[in-house]
Ligand binder design. Structure first.
Ligand code: SF4
Length: 146
């Protein structure tokens, strides 16, 4: 079973109320078992919501509001729900396809906290949790390897 960022499948859960529909990811999901997650929605952040980026150990909105707790709670809930889905289905988590550069779902590179579209090394909150568990993660920008 694969974990997929919901916005990549067209769910309008992105901060601005839109999505990040990706046809390759949609095609992949036609032939593989998957579970969708939106950690920010799971953390009860509204949609639309102010954009937020990682600043040091915290996640701050553009206006400077600290939303770290909601991000961490949402990531935790999402992780538990993926594990529960896998358990119920009798499947292993085989990998994750997550939205690049997001403060929740990004892996390897995320926005740098200046809200200027600049990237820096780092992982989103949810992606970091998955990585620590040893889950293989790719983003929609990479060729799907599975
Ligand atoms: S938290 Fe992840 S799934 Fe939700 S909108 Fe952001 S990138 Fe997409």
């Amino acid at each position: 079973m694969y974990i997929v960022s919901a916005c990549l499948l067209g769910q309008n859960c992105k901060y601005n109320g839109g999505n990040n529909l990706n046809e390759e990811v949609v095609e992949f999901c036609k032939n593989h078992k998957y579970v969708t997650v939106c950690p920010e929605s799971a953390g009860k952040l509204p949609t639309p919501r102010p954009p937020a980026e990682r600043v040091g150990a915290s996640i701050l909105t553009k206006e400077g509001k600290d939303v770290t707790d909601a991000f961490v709670r949402g990531a935790d809930i999402s992780l538990k729900s993926c594990m529960e889905m896998a358990r119920i289905s009798g499947e292993e988590i085989e990998g994750a396809i997550l939205k690049a550069n997001s403060p929740s779902c990004g892996i390897g590179q995320i926005y740098d906290g200046t809200f200027s579209g600049t990237l820096t090394e780092g992982n989103g909150v949810f992606a970091g949790m998955l990585k620590r568990l040893g889950v293989e993660i790719i983003t929609e920008k990479e060729k799907i390897k599975w």
